[in-house]
Design a protein around this ligand. Structure first.
Ligand code: SF4
Length: 346
């Protein structure tokens, strides 16, 4: 590369940082975890934000910190309480890892947080992205982050398809070393709110003049195909209590969490065939609640039936007032709330 090309690249990087940060200062979303740079709070928010929508995280963030205001309190909590506070956020392995890491910080490190990305990465459940995000936002360490939003922005700005380590090297080159935490958040914010996968808002983009593609690479990220499934649950209540069952400890998803007993019923299509086959026109039966729920790549149609607990189901009766302390699955919490059985907001 010639000297002139190098200095022109440097000028462009300077201009990019300046425009991006000016835009971020004026337009950053007012999110609760951006109010201070406390490492514990930044850490909790980063773990919650993994694969979870900002709106869902906002619903849980304050309540989680109210229950566990410090890393010591989190470390001392029972796992069931941590999972209960996490209920509704999904991907419960994150909560278990956060709890395990809190024990390391509170126990082995005397409640002192790591000061570098490398230090953060040595804790359970913290990978390269999360370590860099916490270290740059909470500690001001000049390390770049790369997530799906940053990858998209980089490829579009530079007009190049990249992979793996190329993303990290390019992000490091662009990083503003004076305000690394803000720069990283600004890159992610740009990808989340302006340079979106399908329809980037190029006309309002703060770095439009520096972008080599200006919308030409839009639409490349195809939406994931969602599977569809129907699922039925029994809601059995008596004497102010509801019957719940625990998912197996070795289950791949939501291991050890509590939920309503699942029941096998004919599919909607089969029920319609049976209904039309009846000559007396009598109604067979209908669920007391129907709702939609998505877990990873599956959209569920969930039906809840007023049914006695299936014979042989091992579970327990839980009083309505104790539901808030139970590590419920997000779906169970949603159903109980809709059924107005006192399931809490968290
Ligand atoms: S100009 Fe358009 S494509 Fe380029 S970074 Fe901005 S929003 Fe993305």
């Amino acid at each position: 590369m010639t000297q002139r090309a190098k200095s022109s690249g440097r000028m462009q990087a300077l201009e990019f940082r300046k425009r991006l940060l000016t835009w971020y200062d004026a337009h950053a979303r007012d999110l609760p975890w951006r109010k201070d740079h406390d490492p514990y709070r930044v850490w909790v928010s980063e773990i919650m934000l993994q694969q979870t929508r900002v709106a869902a995280v906002i619903e849980h963030y304050h309540e989680f910190l109210r229950r566990f205001p410090t890393v010591k309190k989190l470390a001392a909590a029972r796992e069931a309480s941590v999972l209960a506070a996490w209920s509704g956020l999904g991907y419960y392995r994150r909560a278990r890892m956060l709890h395990a890491a809190a024990k390391v910080v509170a126990g082995e490190r005397g409640a002192k947080f790591p000061e570098t990305a490398e230090g953060w990465r040595s804790l359970p459940g913290i990978g390269r992205y999360t370590a860099a995000a916490i270290a740059s936002i909470a500690g001001g360490e000049p390390v770049a982050v790369v997530d799906g939003n940053v990858e998209r922005v980089l490829q579009r700005i530079l007009g190049e398809r990249m992979s793996g380590e190329e993303f990290w090297l390019t992000a490091e080159t662009l990083l503003d070393r004076h305000r690394p935490g803000d720069f990283n958040q600004a890159m992610m914010e740009l990808g989340a709110t302006v340079c979106t996968p399908r329809t980037p808002a190029c006309l309002t983009c703060p770095v439009l003049e520096l972008c080599r593609t200006r919308g030409e690479m839009a639409g490349g990220d195809r939406a994931k195909r969602q599977n569809k499934r129907e699922i039925d649950y029994a809601l059995h209540c008596r004497d102010g209590k509801v019957f719940l069952v625990q998912r197996p400890k070795e289950a791949r998803l939501m291991a050890g969490m509590w939920e309503l007993p699942q029941i096998d019923l004919p599919t909607l299509g089969e029920r319609q065939v049976r209904r039309s086959a009846r000559s007396d026109g009598h109604h067979i039966d209908s669920p007391i609640l129907t709702l939609r729920h998505s877990i990873t790549v599956t959209d569920y149609t969930v039906r809840v039936w007023d049914r006695a607990t299936p014979e042989g189901d091992a579970g327990k009766w839980v009083s309505y007032g104790k539901l808030s302390k139970m590590p419920l699955t997000g779906l169970a919490r949603k159903v109980l709330r809709k059924a107005r059985l006192g399931a809490p907001k968290a």
